[in-house]
Structures are given as structure tokens and as C-alpha cells.
Design a protein around this ligand. Structure first.
Ligand code: HEC
Ligand code: HEC
Ligand code: HEC
Ligand code: HEC
Length: 495
């Protein structure tokens, strides 16, 4: 009797467990089907939270990029940067990159974009929004390229409002990966080693990132309707190496700005991450950006792509250990050594360049002429371009260690050449004992270069309390912005 009772109870428990298991399998199956089926979302749905109901895991992991919220003031770490960029906006404010969720906040808060008082004021052109938001994709389509690229940055304050999201990388009707910025396809076709139409699925797992993590400049083209467009253009038609692009810019006599102290026609490298990655061990072996930065994740029976794009070392099990058999510790110490080697040359090049600019400033002051200075300025231009190319392509010390050190080596050589020539010019004008002032802090460097820091901060704060609030209200009225989506985002700045 007892035996039967026990058996009965055991059977009931077993059936209960089975039902629960089948239920949970069915639930997971349903979710997996939902992931595989493609609910239609509007082509230009830029409010990222609208995707949550269809793709909760992708959305929730994407949203976690908001946890990467540290502001790291690079000008404070390296006051030399203020001198290297004298006369250019980066000398005002420059932080290390952080999570994608902050792209819009940081663009609006940086002192570089100034304190516009209406849609027609402020220092920056519209092109400065281009790698920050899915709204850019919508606005480029609506306005057409020429009009999108014409006007001031503030023109789109209430139109470009959501941070980097689903529409930037996906065709929302099929959820296939898609390159949404035409300039990338055009540049790939011109360069020729990988034509856009030949891109495989594996290539796309890199190319969606290359829409933004590349070198570019604003090509000034007259708009037939009036004004000048600053069109985002990738300088790849001669190739993608640092020398190829340098030649491209030299041929056009292009300059991003004239250096305030040395009067050099300067180039600012953006972030040639894709070009650098191509030269490294992983790029050469077809390991894509997404392989490390967006590994697959298994949750119960569900396999999905982790959209928390950040530092892959936070998750080495998924990001590295599928391919590597050595221990995590040995990979980490290998990386630390690579970084140390890069930092050594990076800091040496930066110091040489800062001295070169200040010595050139002294030479001009003492009456040096254009003929004497021309070869010096050419060395400075090329040296700084190469230094910047190597360090602005973030984490290049890991993505492409040999190329990074090679490029920094040539930067040092050219800065050294400039300073040998400068020593002769300074001696000729009786200043052979000139020693450039020490750059002991960001504040000191900004004073030496005459940068009105307090004024810039005041203008920015006025903008944040005025026009910016209007932008958000207008965007909400247009139905393109949900204030709830930025509720947890704190305004962090370096000032
Ligand atoms: C920076 C580019 C990028 C952004 C932004 C992005 N994705 Fe993805 N997404 C990818 C990549 C890469 C994959 C992997 C595709 C593959 O290899 O098939 C992917 C895969 C997916 C898939 C296919 C299923 C899976 O998990 O692999 C879905 C669904 C998806 N993403 C939804 C979203 C949603 C929703 C958003 C916005 C909250 C978003 N993605 C934002 C790059 C992006
Ligand atoms: C629409 C342009 C755009 C696309 C597409 C894009 N990025 Fe970014 N990425 C940015 C910007 C802008 C930042 C800096 C954001 C900030 O600091 O506010 C950034 C920052 C990053 C960071 C630094 C994150 C941190 O926490 O420090 C990583 C890593 C990164 N991106 C990798 C990728 C990868 C990998 C892809 C492709 C899967 C990709 N990005 C696609 C524009 C883009
Ligand atoms: C083999 C793995 C791997 C591949 C492939 C890879 N990355 Fe990274 N990436 C890393 C690691 C690891 C770091 C962090 C290094 C560190 O700072 O310690 C990183 C850092 C970054 C950063 C942030 C640097 C910073 O300063 O915060 C960006 C941006 C980035 N990668 C973009 C890309 C892009 C774009 C691609 C493709 C063109 C790519 N990565 C390909 C592993 C990879
Ligand atoms: C999809 C496979 C794959 C993934 C994922 C991957 N690697 Fe690699 N890794 C490779 C291949 C292939 C090579 C080249 C091996 C060779 O040349 O013998 C390589 C080479 C390396 C090297 C030596 C090359 C050099 O540049 O010094 C290091 C270090 C390394 N990987 C670290 C990492 C780290 C850290 C991660 C995770 C963030 C990672 N890898 C993720 C496949 C991968």
C-alpha cells in the first residue's frame, strides 16, 4: 500500500516536472521563433526602445553600453595634446570614447560643439552628427546628401536625438546587417580590395562598424542651392595605409586647420580603426569586429548576439577563448606588454611634436621666413598625422601592434628631422639656447596657447539650460524622441 502511494506521488512529481520542462521548452522555442521570424518595424524607426518588444535580449544587452560611463579627460592625462591641437577644437575638450548609448550626450556636451543660440550658430557643421545616431540615416534620406551636409551642427538639434542603435546596422524589415552610410560603399569601391557588392556575411560583421570607426574628412563642395556642403569622405582612393592617405591629402593640399603656434597646415586623423585592424593578425585572418566585440551568448536554449559592445576583455570566455587555447592570464599579460610598448613611443612622439610646434613659434617670432620654415612645417605635418593615425584608431596597440609601432616610429623620425632643422634656424636668429616651456598641466597648456576655457564652459552651460531643453521638447513633439529612454543617463563631462 505504502509502496503504491509512494510510486503514485513520485509519478505525480515526475509528470509535474515534465509539464514544466515542456512548458519552458515551448516558451524558449517560441522566443527563438520570434528571434528568427521578422516582425515588421518601420524602416526609419529610430527610437531604439520600440525594438524591445520584438528583440528583448538584443535590446537589453545594447542598453548595457550605458554602464560604460566613465569620462576620461585625455587633455588632463596629456597636456601636450593642447599644444598639438592649438587652434583646433580638440584642444578645448577631448575624452576617451565610452559606451554607444552616450554618443549623442557626449556630442552635445563636448566643448568642441560650442554653445549655439539658434540653428545657425556654433562652430561645427552638420557633418559632426554623422557617426552618432540612427536619426542620421533618416535625415540623409529625407534631405538628400547635399542638403544634409549643408549648414551648422545646431540645424539638426531636434532631429538627431537617439544614440547609435538598431537602424545604424540593420535593415529593420529583415534584420539583416546593412551598411547605412553610402560614403563607406563608395570608398570601398574606389579603393578596390573589397567591393561593397562582394562583401560576405562575415565581412558585414566588420563593415557595419567601419561606417564610423574609419578615417574621414569633410570635403567642401558648393551646394547649388547656396552655401557649402562639408561631405564626409573617406580618403581611400590611393589605398588605406598611412602613407597612401597622407599622399591623398597632400595632393589636394588639404588641411583641417592651420596650427596656431607653428602655422603648420595640419591634418587631424579621425579614428582609422578599420584600416588598422586590416593590417593586424586578426584582420588578416578574417576575425571580424563582431567576433570579439559582439560574441554569441547562450541563455537557456537561446543563442543570440550580445549587443553590449565594449571591452572584450570583460568577457574573454566568449570573446577570445573560443579560438585561443592559452590561459586568459597569459593573453592579458601579452596585451599589457603591447600597450606598454605603444605608450612608450606614443609619449615620446607627443613630446617631440609639442617641442617642435613651440620652437617653430619662436622661430616665426624671431623673424624666420616662409622659405626657411616650409620644410620644417612639412615634417611637422607628416609627423603629427602619423602619430595621430596610430593613437586615434583606438586600441590599435592590440588590433595591429606591429603597424602601430611602425607608424609611431616614422612619426618620431619626422619630428626629429623638424627639430634638427629648427635648431639651425633658431641659431641663425640668435636663439640657440631656446627651451620650450614645460607643459605641466592642462590649464598651463591652455594658457600658453591662449585658449579661453572659462568662456567656453560658460557658453556651453547656457546652451544646456536653454536651447538644448527646447531641442528635446521639439523632438518629442515630432514623435522621434521618448524622454523615458534617457532617464537613467547622467550628464557627465570633463568640466
Ligand atoms: C553596431 C551595429 C549594431 C547595432 C547598433 C545593433 N546591432 Fe543587432 N546585430 C549586429 C551584428 C553584428 C549581429 C550579428 C549578425 C550575424 O552575424 O548574423 C546582430 C544581430 C542581431 C539580430 C539577429 C539575432 C542575433 O541575436 O544574432 C537581431 C534580432 C538584432 N541584432 C537586433 C538588434 C536590435 C533590436 C538593435 C537595437 C536595440 C540592434 N540589433 C543594434 C550589429 C548591430
Ligand atoms: C553610427 C556610428 C558607429 C557605429 C556603426 C559603431 N560605432 Fe562604435 N563608437 C561610435 C562612437 C561615436 C563612439 C564613442 C561614443 C562616446 O564616447 O560617447 C563609439 C565607441 C565605441 C567603443 C568604446 C566603448 C567603450 O565603452 O569605451 C567600442 C569598443 C566600439 N565603439 C566598437 C564598435 C564596434 C565593434 C562596432 C560594430 C559592431 C561599432 N563600434 C559600430 C560610433 C559607432
Ligand atoms: C581579436 C579581437 C578583436 C577584434 C577582431 C577587434 N577588437 Fe576592438 N578591441 C579588442 C580588445 C581586447 C580591446 C580592448 C583593449 C584594451 O584597451 O585593453 C578593443 C578595444 C576597442 C575599442 C575601444 C578602445 C578604447 O579606447 O576604449 C574600439 C573603438 C574598438 N576596439 C573597435 C574595433 C573595431 C571597429 C574592430 C573591427 C574593425 C575591432 N575593434 C576588432 C578586441 C578586438
Ligand atoms: C575567431 C577566432 C579568434 C578570436 C575570437 C580571437 N582570436 Fe586572437 N587570433 C586568432 C588568429 C587566427 C590569430 C593569428 C594566429 C597566427 O597568426 O598564428 C590570433 C592571434 C592573436 C594574438 C597574437 C597576434 C598578435 O597580434 O600579437 C593575440 C595576442 C591574440 N590573438 C589575442 C586575442 C584576444 C585577447 C582575443 C579576445 C579579445 C582574441 N585573440 C580573439 C583568432 C582569434
Amino acid at each position: 500500500m505504502n509502496k503504491f502511494k509512494l510510486l503514485f506521488i513520485a509519478s505525480i512529481i515526475a509528470i509535474g516536472c515534465m509539464t514544466a520542462l515542456v512548458g519552458s521548452i515551448n516558451e524558449k522555442k517560441k522566443e527563438q521563433e520570434l528571434i528568427n521570424s521578422v516582425p515588421k518595424v518601420d524602416k526609419f524607426e529610430t527610437k531604439n526602445e520600440e525594438f524591445r518588444k520584438h528583440y528583448p535580449r538584443q535590446f537589453d544587452s545594447w542598453k548595457k553600453t550605458g554602464k560604460q560611463d566613465d569620462i576620461h579627460d585625455m587633455l588632463k592625462d596629456y597636456p601636450e595634446l593642447v599644444v598639438l591641437w592649438a587652434g583646433y577644437s580638440f584642444a578645448k575638450d577631448y575624452n576617451a570614447p565610452r559606451g554607444h548609448l552616450y554618443a549623442i550626450e557626449d556630442n552635445r556636451n563636448t566643448l568642441r560643439t560650442g554653445g549655439p543660440v539658434d540653428g545657425k550658430t556654433g562652430p561645427m557643421p552638420t557633418a559632426c552628427w554623422t557617426c552618432k545616431s540612427p536619426d542620421v540615416v533618416r535625415m540623409m534620406d529625407k534631405e538628400g546628401d547635399m542638403d544634409y551636409y549643408t549648414g551648422k551642427w545646431a540645424k539638426y538639434g531636434s532631429d538627431i536625438i537617439n544614440p547609435i542603435g538598431c537602424v545604424d546596422c540593420h535593415n529593420t524589415e529583415t534584420m539583416e546587417l546593412e551598411v547605412k552610410r553610402k560614403f563607406l560603399g563608395k570608398a570601398l569601391d574606389e579603393e578596390g580590395s573589397l567591393k561593397m557588392k562582394d562583401a560576405t556575411h562575415q565581412d558585414m560583421r566588420t563593415l557595419v562598424c567601419a561606417q564610423c570607426h574609419v578615417e574621414y574628412y569633410f570635403d567642401k563642395i558648393p551646394n547649388p542651392k547656396g552655401g557649402k556642403a562639408g561631405v564626409v569622405t573617406l580618403p581611400w582612393s590611393k589605398g588605406q595605409s598611412v602613407e597612401d592617405m597622407e599622399e591623398y591629402y597632400d595632393e589636394r593640399e588639404f588641411k583641417d586647420w592651420t596650427h596656431k603656434i607653428s602655422k603648420t597646415p595640419m591634418l587631424k586623423a579621425q579614428h582609422p580603426g578599420y584600416e588598422m585592424w586590416k593590417t593586424g593578425a586578426h584582420g588578416k585572418n578574417g576575425v571580424s569586429c563582431a567576433d570579439c566585440h559582439m560574441p554569441y551568448k547562450q541563455e537557456g536554449g537561446i543563442k543570440y548576439t550580445d549587443h553590449k559592445i565594449g571591452n572584450p576583455l570583460d568577457n574573454m570566455e566568449q570573446s577570445c577563448m573560443n579560438c585561443h587555447r592559452v590561459s586568459e592570464e597569459s593573453l592579458i599579460s601579452n596585451l599589457a606588454l603591447k600597450k606598454k610598448r605603444k605608450d612608450e613611443l606614443h609619449e615620446k612622439a607627443m613630446k617631440q611634436l609639442a617641442s617642435a610646434h613651440l620652437e617653430a613659434g619662436k622661430a616665426w617670432e624671431l623673424g624666420a621666413n616662409k622659405e626657411e620654415m616650409a620644410p620644417i612645417l612639412k615634417d611637422i605635418r607628416h609627423s603629427q598625422w602619423r602619430w595621430d593615425y596610430a593613437v586615434a584608431s583606438h586600441a590599435s596597440f592590440f588590433h595591429a601592434p606591429e603597424e602601430t609601432l611602425r607608424v609611431l616610429g616614422t612619426s618620431l623620425e619626422k619630428a626629429g628631422n623638424a627639430r634638427i632643422k629648427l635648431a639651425k634656424v633658431l641659431a641663425k636668429y640668435g636663439a640657440s639656447d631656446y627651451v620650450a616651456p614645460a607643459l605641466t598641466s592642462k590649464k598651463v597648456a591652455q594658457e600658453i596657447t591662449g585658449l579661453p576655457f572659462e568662456k567656453l564652459v560658460k557658453e556651453k552651460k547656457k546652451f544646456q539650460k536653454g536651447l538644448l531643453i527646447e531641442w528635446k521638447k521639439e523632438a518629442e513633439k515630432k514623435g522621434i524622441y521618448n524622454p523615458e529612454s534617457t532617464k537613467d543617463i547622467e550628464d557627465k563631462t570633463s568640466y
